[in-house]
Design a protein around this ligand. Structure first.
Ligand SMILES: NC(=O)c1ccc[n+]([C@@H]2O[C@H](COP(=O)([O-])OP(=O)(O)OC[C@H]3O[C@@H](n4cnc5c(N)ncnc54)[C@H](OP(=O)(O)O)[C@@H]3O)[C@@H](O)[C@H]2O)c1
Length: 309
C-alpha cells in the first residue's frame, strides 16, 4: 500500500514544487500518495491540485487541533513555514513550526522534511540580531532535532524570483537595469529557482532517507556574486545593467517598516559570514545528481523568464 506524504504550503512555491517533483518521479509517484494542506480548499491553486489527484485537507498551523486531522496517517511530512512579514516581534513562524513538529511526533511520522535556514544571530556572533525569518527556522530545526523526529533539513538558497517578483533588478529611466545592494560586488549569493528545484532536493531525500536523515541539504545552483548575476543577465537578455553598492541607511529607506532592518541584516549576513557560512554546495549537488536531478542555473532561469524583464 502507498505511504502518505503530507505537504504543507501545497498552494505555494515550495510545497507546489515538492508535489510536482513527486508526481513526476516514477518511483515516488508509486510509493506515495499526496495530501496537500491549505487554509482555503476553494482557492484556484488548491483546485488545480485536486484535479491532479492530490487529497486536500484544510488546516491552519496556528491551530494544533486542525493539524491532528491534517497529519494523521502520514509516513512523511514536508513542512515550510512563513513569517508574519512586517509584524514586529511576531513569533508566528516559530509557533507554527513547533505546532507541526509536536503533532508529527505524536502521530509517529517517520520522516519530516523541514525547509530550514541558519541562525543569523548565533552565526554572526550577535552582530546581526534582526533576521527572525532565518532565526525562527533555525530554532524550529533545533526543536525538531530535540524531540527526536526522524528529519531532513533542506535550506533553500536566495530565490531567483527575488529579481522578478520583488523587482530587485529595476529598469531605470535610462533603460539600464540597476541592482542596488548594501554589500560589495563580490558577496556570494547561493541562487535557487525555488519553484523548479526545491522539490528535487526533497525528492532525493525521500528516495534515500537513510542517507538524508539528520543532514542539511543546501538547495542552490551555485554561489553567484552580484557581478556574475549582472554579467549573465546581460548575456542572456542583451540588456544593460549597473551595480550600485548603497550604505545601510539608503538601503533601509527602500523598504518601509521593520522589514527594512531585517532585509538589511539579511544581506549583511550573506556578505559575512555567508548565507551558508561559506560551506560548499558539492555534497548537496552530488546527492541530487545521484537521483538523476539537476539544479537550474541562473542563465537557464533567465532564458525561461526573459519576458518578465
Ligand atoms: N525569498 C527568498 O530568497 C527566500 C530564501 C529562503 C527561504 N525563504 C522562505 O521561504 C518561505 C516562503 O516559501 P514559499 O515561497 O513557498 O511561500 P508561498 O509561495 O508564499 O506559500 C506560502 C504557503 O504557506 C501556506 N501557509 C501560510 N500560512 C499558513 C498557516 N497559518 N497555516 C497553513 N498554511 C499556511 C500557504 O497556504 P494557503 O494560503 O493556501 O493556506 C501557502 O501555500 C518564507 O518562510 C521565506 O522566509 C525565502
Amino acid at each position: 500500500m502507498a505511504k502518505l506524504i503530507t505537504v504543507f504550503g501545497a498552494t505555494g512555491q515550495q510545497g507546489g514544487s515538492v508535489i510536482r517533483a513527486i508526481l513526476q518521479d516514477d518511483t515516488l509517484s508509486k510509493e506515495f500518495k499526496i495530501r496537500g494542506i491549505t487554509r482555503d480548499i476553494l482557492k484556484p491553486a488548491a483546485q488545480v491540485l485536486l484535479k491532479q489527484g492530490v487529497e486536500l485537507i484544510s488546516a491552519d498551523m496556528n491551530s494544533k487541533e486542525s493539524l491532528i486531522k491534517a497529519i494523521q496517517g502520514s509516513y512523511s511530512v514536508f513542512l515550510v513555514t512563513t513569517p508574519a512579514w512586517g509584524v514586529a516581534g511576531s513569533d508566528a513562524e516559530l509557533v507554527h513550526g513547533k505546532n507541526v513538529a509536536d503533532v508529527a511526533k505524536e502521530a509517529g511520522v517517520q520522516h519530516l522534511i523541514f525547509s530550514s535556514l541558519l541562525d543569523v544571530t548565533k552565526e554572526s556572533g550577535g552582530r546581526l540580531k534582526h533576521v527572525p525569518h532565518f532565526d525562527h527556522k533555525a530554532h524550529v530545526e533545533q526543536y525538531i532535532r530535540s524531540i527526536g523526529i526522524p528529519a531532513t533539513f533542506v535550506l533553500p538558497g536566495y530565490f531567483m524570483t527575488n529579481y522578478t517578483s520583488f523587482g530587485m533588478l529595476r529598469k531605470g529611466d535610462d533603460g539600464v537595469y540597476t541592482l542596488a545592494y548594501p554589500v560589495g560586488k563580490d558577496a556570494q549569493f547561493p541562487l535557487v529557482d525555488i519553484a523548479s528545484d526545491l522539490g528535487k532536493y526533497v525528492a532525493a531525500a525521500l528516495r534515500n532517507p537513510s542517507e538524508s536523515l539528520g543532514t542539511q541539504l543546501f538547495a542552490a545552483a551555485d554561489y553567484y556574486t552580484p557581478a556574475r548575476i549582472l554579467a549573465e543577465f546581460e548575456e542572456v537578455t542583451g540588456k544593460k545593467t549597473r551595480f550600485v553598492q548603497v550604505d545601510s541607511e539608503t538601503y533601509k529607506s527602500f523598504i518601509p517598516g521593520p522589514m527594512g532592518e531585517e532585509m538589511l541584516e539579511n544581506h549583511l549576513f550573506i556578505e559575512s559570514p555567508g548565507y551558508y557560512k561559506g560551506q560548499s554546495l558539492k555534497d548537496s549537488h552530488d546527492f541530487l545528481e545521484r537521483f538523476g536531478f539537476q539544479s537550474t542555473t541562473w542563465k537557464a532561469y533567465l532564458k525561461e523568464n526573459k519576458s518578465l524583464f
